[in-house]
Design a binder for this molecule. Structure first.
Ligand code: ATP
Ligand code: MG
Length: 443
């Protein structure tokens, strides 16, 4: 009989489990918590859209549209594309659902995206993003609020050290066009020295040359004219308001006048949170203002600003993976105790405690496992306990052990959880006090 070949995973996809999954989940959960603090409403978007949604809004000449999209014809003959980013789909939804009536809208989502790229560390063909958008708000305050959200997220993830916010303005349409003309002149004069990719970009998308990762392009890109000389008074004022707001909120930033975003639709504010800890894949969160996008989808002029962050890249920056908590370990001794263990476990879970049964191996090994997963307490069920209907309850922090009625276990567990929360809270307060003391010393 012919041997059956096991199908291989698609190149550039990952099966995320174990520690990677713990990192991934911690990033997504922190995002969900912080977005509520900022009043962003969650949305769920389709994974595929008509190809035109991306082709029109991102611009035919961008790398994403020209080389990276997963587009296919479905059985009905429609051209569909697996979403390479969130913003275009959310903008489409804004129009097709008539969300104008709710504007300004603060929306957030996260999930998988698809780009046909060369897979490497931190770069996959299916990857995942967090995404935040404010649609229908043209004022600089929206940019500031959105950036504060990003900054707080990175701080709460504990990865803000060594990550800098690089900020630029691309000006309004008038400033951007004048700057673009100057860039084209500069690049034309140095055309022969540019990489083939950048020579192609010169016609279609000259701003992107500034962003080029090709070494031979760097000197030419670095000596290109800066936007500042071309900014209109309005554009200058807008940028001034954004930076003033960031300073007022204590968000550190750095001007990077070379920063442009890969997609065509950006105006005014453009930004990236960048780290040197991930090699070439150093951008962890990026975005900007995209006032022209909704019009490019046939909608009314609608100002908007947003960002996206790669979940895998954020996860790689976390100091440690954070495993799901197990609060209570249940150790049935002997086969007869297993059913009892199951019923005790489900009772504890109904009382909102996470419980895990450790049924196999020597008693000592099981206790070691219970300690290793960080359980607050262990319940031991042996023959005596089966007969008496009571259980042995062991506080794993103190080692203290008592015989308890099951009904009393719940109360004990509430106490243990409460004192653990209190300990965490107190050590958090200590940290804050130390921070305050240190910042006082610095003055
Ligand atoms: P890059 O310059 O790294 O290609 P980009 O400009 O294409 O990034 P965006 O479209 O702005 O990236 O996406 C925002 C974030 O999503 C990036 O900063 C990164 O963290 C993440 N990201 C983008 N592409 C990938 C990918 N192929 N694999 C993993 N993460 C990605
Ligand atoms: Mg890219």
């Amino acid at each position: 009989m012919a041997k059956i070949q096991t199908p291989q995973p698609v190149r550039g996809t990952q099966d995320i489990f174990g520690e990677d999954q713990e990192r991934f989940q911690h990033v997504a959960e922190t995002f969900e918590r912080v977005r509520r603090l900022y009043g962003f409403k969650g949305v769920q978007m389709p994974v595929f859209e008509p190809t035109a949604v991306f082709a029109r809004s991102l611009g035919e000449t961008t790398d994403v549209v020209s080389k990276e999209m997963y587009s296919f014809e479905d059985r009905g003959g429609d051209s569909l594309t697996l979403r390479p980013e969130f913003t275009a789909g959310i903008s489409r939804a804004f129009l097709t659902n008539g969300w104008q009536q709710h504007a300004p809208m603060k929306l957030s989502t996260h999930g998988p995206l698809f780009r046909y790229e060369r897979p490497q560390k931190g770069r996959y063909r299916q990857f995942h993003q967090l995404d935040a958008e404010i649609i229908g708000a043209g004022e600089a305050a929206a940019d500031v609020e959105l950036l504060c959200f990003a900054d707080q997220l990175l701080k709460e993830l504990g990865i803000s050290d060594g990550v800098t916010l690089q900020l630029n303005t691309l000006g309004d349409a008038e400033s951007r066009d004048a700057w673009r003309d100057a860039l084209v002149k500069h690049f034309q004069a140095n055309k022969a020295d540019l990489s083939q990719d950048s020579q192609d970009r010169l016609e279609r998308n000259p701003l992107r040359i500034l962003d080029s990762k090709e070494r031979q392009d760097r000197p030419i890109a670095d000596s290109a004219p800066e936007i500042d000389a071309y900014l209109s008074d309005e554009a200058k004022e807008f940028f001034g308001q954004v930076t003033e707001g960031l300073d007022a909120c204590g968000v550190a930033w750095e001007r990077n006048s070379r920063l442009v975003r890969g997609l065509d639709y950006y105006r005014h504010t453009a930004f990236e949170f960048v780290t040197d800890r991930l090699g070439a894949q150093g951008t962890v969160l990026a975005g900007g203002r995209y006032d022209g996008l909704i019009e490019s989808l046939g909608g009314p002029a609608t100002p908007a600003v947003g960002w996206a962050a790669g979940i895998e890249r954020l996860g790689m920056l976390l100091d440690e993976a954070i495993p799901d908590p197990v609060e209570l370990a249940i150790l049935p001794m002997g086969d007869d105790a297993i059913m009892k263990a199951l019923s005790v476990a489900s009772e504890m879970r109904s009382s909102q405690f996470s419980a895990e049964i450790f049924a196999r191996g020597k008693f000592k090994k099981r206790m070691a496992r219970a300690n290793q997963v960080g359980a607050l307490a262990a319940i031991i069920i042996g023959e005596d306990e089966l007969a008496s209907g009571k259980v042995q309850f062991k506080n794993l922090a103190t080692g203290e052990q008592n015989e308890l009625e099951l009904a009393d276990v719940t109360e004990k567990m509430w106490d243990l959880r409460f004192s653990e929360d209190l300990d965490n809270f107190e050590s958090h307060l200590d940290d804050l006090e130390q921070e305050v003391a240190q910042s006082g010393e610095g003055d």
